[in-house]
Design a protein around this ligand. Structure first.
Ligand code: ZN
Length: 498
């Protein structure tokens, strides 16, 4: 949960979502009415059936981009953002579709991930940046994503049925106050991230290498990216699962295929850019892993240093801290608690607009104090597609913001959860724990070796806040790998917050 995402972009991703929903449904309908049919694929030269014109494709990317920024957050480092835009823009300018509104962004997300939207919108996470080791590797990743766009994979694969689902998913998102446990998985967004097929992946790999070569980057760096992705998969749990692999199937042979292709390049790669040290220096200070400033869990207690509040979720519930909300679902997945910022000047005003929603009925809300903070609380029941819901809502004013705490379940389960939900909502309070308030994220720091050493020796001499295996992983090495004097290595500095 971040303040900037909730306030500067308008608290609710839901306002954005609402507009986008309408826009995309309209787009979907327009798309079917005016089938563009078969077109020549710009990157491959082959003929391809597509529902979309280029203008529609651009409109789709442009429509989703603000939603992705709101849901995932931009990494707040202008220099790094400019660098990605400049590097990506240079590669895309030499592609078959140089005139798309190419936009490259670094998302403030610890997961190892990169993805593309139709129309030329490409995203890499700070997580993937922390895990790669050269500008050429980054060029390979961006080139691969550019390839998905130039070969029109997303739009090519999107069928009318999928478009209908997209409209449906966004329709559900129109009622964000009442959306179910599915929101834990970020409902509505996943639909656009269609899984690419193997052929699409091979093609994007080939195009990625093509764009690396055109940009004078050494394609021999690319297989290392696959090695890293495989290792991240193996020790998922630390930095999270590599989402890149879930949308980009990796049938093991992709690495070998690329390696063979690279080895067969006529004239080798003499003079091609690797850009290892210059790239690594850019990572100095990069946030690594979850950023505790945006909130963290201590057991079932949620602590938010930036927003200075705490909240205790029921024992055993599954929790998720998203950019615009903190959520928890019961073990049986039949009850949900959701904390967001309300777009209102006072708890009373927030309550009035909540209870004025269609389908929502309520007893009279009452004014009270929670941990000394002004609050308006009430019970509601709501009619939804998934049945009758019953819940409790609290609006609390704290530090120039109004929080909306909503807890609900299906009507028949109300008596089971009533007491638990009541107790949870009353647990909101000011954060005063000095250690929690001072929590800082871990950061990447680069070190130039003054003598040769192994990763194990490096970790002893320049301690990291993560295990030696992790240090080895982010340096694309094993604990026993020996580096020469002058090599630049990454370490992770800071205090693990718990
Ligand atoms: Zn891919």
């Amino acid at each position: 949960m971040t303040y900037s995402n909730m306030t500067h972009n308008g608290p609710p991703g839901h306002i954005l979502r609402r507009r986008l929903g309408a826009a995309l449904v309209a787009l979907a309908l327009g798309g079917t009415a005016a089938l563009t049919g078969c077109a020549v694929n710009p990157a491959t030269g082959g003929r391809q059936f597509t529902l979309f014109s280029e203008a529609q494709e651009i409109e789709m990317g442009r429509g989703y981009d603000p939603q992705i920024v709101a849901e995932m957050g931009l990494y707040p480092d202008d220099a790094l953002q400019r660098y990605i835009q400049e590097l990506g823009g240079r590669l895309a300018a030499q592609s078959e579709r140089p005139n798309l509104p190419w936009t490259f962004r670094v998302l403030d997300d610890p997961l190892v991930n990169a993805f593309a939207l139709p129309g030329g919108y490409i995203y890499v996470t700070r997580g993937i940046l922390a895990h790669i080791g050269s500008e050429a590797e980054l060029a390979g990743i961006l080139g691969h994503e550019i390839g998905h766009v130039t070969a029109r994979h997303s739009v090519g694969r999107m069928s009318t049925q999928q478009l209908a689902q997209l409209g449906l998913a966004l329709g559900v998102a129109l009622r964000p106050e009442l959306e179910g446990a599915a929101s834990l998985a970020g409902a509505g967004m996943g639909v656009l991230f269609l899984k690419y097929g193997r052929d699409d992946e091979r093609q994007a790999d080939d195009l990625g290498v093509r764009y690396m070569l055109r940009g004078n980057y050494d394609p021999r760096e690319m297989p290392a990216v696959f090695d890293m992705l495989e290792r991240v998969t193996q020790d998922a749990g630390g930095g999270g699962t590599p989402e890149w692999l879930s949308t980009h199937p990796n049938p093991g042979n992709r690495r070998e295929r690329i390696a063979a292709q690279v080895a067969a390049q006529p004239g080798g790669s003499a003079g091609a850019v690797v850009g290892r040290e210059s790239y690594l220096k850019r990572l100095d200070g990069l946030v690594y892993g979850n950023n505790p400033r945006e909130g963290f869990f201590r057991g079932n207690q949620f602590l938010h240093p930036d927003l200075e509040f705490r909240f205790t979720f029921p024992e055993g519930w599954q929790t998720a801290n998203q950019k615009s909300a903190v959520l928890a679902v019961s073990p049986k997945q039949d009850a949900l608690i959701r904390i967001t910022l309300a777009d209102a000047a006072s708890p009373d005003a927030a309550a009035r607009s909540f209870f004025a929603q269609d389908g929502v009925t309520a007893g009279p809300p009452s004014t009270t104090r929670i941990d000394g903070l002004p609050a308006t609380v009430g019970e509601f029941s709501a009619t939804t597609e998934s049945g009758q819901l019953r819940g409790r809502v609290a609006f609390i004013a704290h530090k120039n913001a109004v929080y909306q705490l909503m807890a609900y379940t299906a009507e028949p389960s109300w008596t089971t959860y009533d007491a638990t939900l009541r107790q949870a909502l009353a647990s909101f309070g000011r954060l005063t724990d000095a250690a929690a308030l001072a929590a800082q994220p871990l950061r990447i720091q680069t070190v130039t070796l003054d003598q040769a050493m192994t990763i194990t020796e490096f970790a002893r001499r320049y301690p990291s806040a993560v295990p030696v295996e992790k240090v080895a992983l982010i340096n694309h090495a094993d604990p026993e790998t020996r580096f020469e004097k002058g090599a630049v290595l990454k370490r992770v500095v800071g205090q693990v917050v718990s």
